[in-house]
Write a protein that binds this ligand. Structure first.
Ligand SMILES: NC(=O)c1ccc[n+]([C@@H]2O[C@H](COP(=O)([O-])OP(=O)(O)OC[C@H]3O[C@@H](n4cnc5c(N)ncnc54)[C@H](OP(=O)(O)O)[C@@H]3O)[C@@H](O)[C@H]2O)c1
Length: 297
């Protein structure tokens, strides 16, 4: 039984002028799914019910609008949808958002890359350039964004502190983190001090406890608690971050993943009927890396 509705537009390709139709083969599951479901982000994602969730995909071009020029029918493509609706048979997509899926990268793996890989890169650089030797603390390092951020920060020459639950400590260490803090047995404040940048991919009380580990000029960039500005004490630097599609950046990062120089961890693959349960698990019991829905199942 399918619990989520398939796209109401799945009757057949009728491309808009500058867009193309893509048959969705796989779609990434993200925290935004349950946040939209709970009604938390109505300003950023206004809904007209019934709504189809899902914000990133991999698929194949089915039809091309007359003003779309970057792709041809039959091309394998991947990227953020730029709106909701990826858990569908067919979607129309703005061609500016998408990139070709590299040979050797399967659709399921590809579908989990666009949002996390790009958001991690953009959020790492959001507070300013990263200098070698900077001390960076990454909360939620075992998650979709965190896994990439650990690798990007290490490459930039930072000393990386990362938090993860007991079962995920070895995984985060394998990504190159210098200090992995098991947040279930240790308070991060007792290990991480004089931190120049906190990447807060968890939010809530984790964010509130993070001010004390910062240097005087240090910054917290948050992706999880949208009220970070209200939670920032006067004189401190707290920045809310919202990711934007960047096809050039996605293309570069995806090429690295295809070449094996950037690790992209696929934590779980579910079928279409299991998407609601996977969305709920993201809220209550997040998996390591990314969760992807294989829509061919
Ligand atoms: N603003 C934006 O543009 C934007 C873009 C993308 C995502 N987001 C948001 O950013 C957040 C992270 O996204 P994501 O895709 O990386 O999420 P995710 O894959 O669900 O990962 C979240 C991670 O947080 C960890 N975690 C939970 N409680 C923790 C704690 N107390 N301390 C440290 N780690 C903890 C979990 O690790 P363990 O399993 O080890 O517990 C989990 O792996 C989500 O809230 C998402 O909605 C925002």
């Amino acid at each position: 039984m399918a619990v989520l509705p398939r796209s109401p537009r799945s009757r057949g390709p009728q491309p808009d002028r500058a867009r193309f139709w893509s048959r969705v083969r796989a779609a990434g599951v993200n925290g935004i799914d349950w946040k939209v479901r709970e009604g938390f982000v109505q300003k950023a994602f206004p809904l007209q019910l019934p709504a189809v969730l899902g914000i990133e995909l991999a698929g194949v071009v089915e039809a091309v609008g007359p003003e779309a020029s970057r792709f041809r029918v039959g091309d394998r493509v991947m990227g953020p949808l730029g709106r909701l609706g990826a858990y569908a048979d067919l979607v129309t997509v703005d061609e500016a958002n998408l990139v070709r899926t590299p040979q050797g990268l399967d659709d399921v793996h590809a579908a989990g890359i666009p949002v996390a890989a790009v958001a991690a890169w953009q959020s790492l650089h959001h507070a300013g350039p990263i200098a070698a030797g900077q001390r960076i603390l990454i909360h939620g390092a075992a998650g979709g964004l965190g896994g990439y951020a650990v690798q990007y920060a290490k490459r930039a020459g930072a000393e990386v502190f990362a938090t993860a639950s007991t079962a995920h400590v070895d995984y985060v260490r394998s990504l190159g983190a210098d200090h992995v803090i098991d947040y279930r047995t240790q308070r991060f404040e007792s290990v991480a001090r004089d931190i120049d940048l906190v990447l807060d991919y968890v939010g809530g009380e984790v964010l509130d406890r993070s001010w004390q580990v910062l240097t005087k000029d240090g910054a917290i960039v948050g992706t999880a608690s949208a009220d970070i500005l209200a939670r920032t004490a006067p004189g401190r630097r707290g920045l809310w971050f919202m990711t934007k599609p960047d096809a050039a950046l996605l293309e570069r990062l995806t090429a690295e993943i295809a070449q094996g120089t950037l690790i992209s961890k696929l934590g779980e693959v579910v079928g279409f009927d299991d998407i609601p349960a996977a969305i709920e698990r993201n809220r209550t019991d997040p998996r390591i890396g990314k969760v992807v829905a294989d829509l061919s199942r």
